[in-house]
Design a protein around this ligand. Sequence first.
Ligand code: PMP
Length: 382
Amino acid sequence: MPGGVSSNFRHGISPTPLVFERAEGPWLFDVDGNRLIDYYLGMGPMILGHTPEPVLRAVAGQLQRGILYGGQSALEAEAAELFCSLVPCAEKLRFASSGSEAVQAALALARAATGRRIVVDFEGHYHGWIPRGEVELLTWNDLAALEARLSDGDVAAVIMEPAMCNAGAIAPAPGYLEGARAACSRHGTVLIFDEVITGFRVAPGGAQQLFGVTPDLATFGKCVANGFPVAVVAGRADLLDLFVTGAAMHGGTYNANPVSMAATLATLRALADGSVLRALEAPGRRLMQGLDAALRAAGVPAVVTGFPQIFHVGLGLTEPARDHRDLARVDRVRYVRFCGELLARRVRALERGAWFLSAAHDDAVIDETIEAAAAAAMAIRG
Ligand code: PMP
């Protein structure tokens, strides 16, 4: 395995790629016997924690009934119906097995629908390892720039994280999503929200529900199935139906496999009424404030921004970042040191600044984290 890992994002992390043997609730256990409070959460999916009973039960039950049918299941239909009842843009959907594939499927639909090739995407936004050809980068949260680019009428799709969570955790500027929506409609461009991170994390209906702006298509992954490899491309029925006419291609041996569908149904049922995500708000805010206070007490400048369920610690910033360029001022070297000090105190946080929270992170775990952060902040001062 080049680099000893199976994903580029796991390479180059100090002190060495860690090796794990078990996970439970908010914790990961490495092969050396260390119990770490986990804020990676599998890069975001484990919204219910590592071992939620309803998901484990559903999956264990399904395993007795088979692993892969190469055909449809009632579970799949039920999961699709529940998904569509929760997500505003979802008239229809297709299940996929990773966010990268769901994004590629969405782009194929947009290109088939418009007969155009060019896709507009934004600095700092990540959409999986999609081919970069015919993709143009703009600055996010700049409506005038987007309107100007779309006015030529040659753009198939605009794809964005509706809140920029891969770099920073930046909310859209007031009016930006609405303006992007209107500009796309005006110029016949398909608007795609990539909700792989925000979906079922910031609200049961994703950022599109939270901000009240409905895209033509949206992609989901991560929290959909609490760690099982499930992704979704969802949206307007006339667009999704292009898969059936053959205008756009989509396939996948493992798509909607019944084990993953059992996990999906159990996860979406747990998240559907919004109470789980709402219950994350108070502990999430407390953790954000606790980290902010810890860094402040050590005299380390930092800005903590985002949502209680996914936030970003911008070390070295003095004001909240509004776009990718502001984030260039983050002190990455020092933040990696901070993560190393946290890890030494048995807290695992993503080196790129994002913190994911789960329903398994109770008050005691948050307190322990804040205590570790206070000591880690002191260790990196000066
Ligand atoms: N889109 C976004 C917004 C993501 O955050 C990610 C993964 N971090 C992807 C797409 C790609 O998803 P996957 O890793 O499942 O291919």
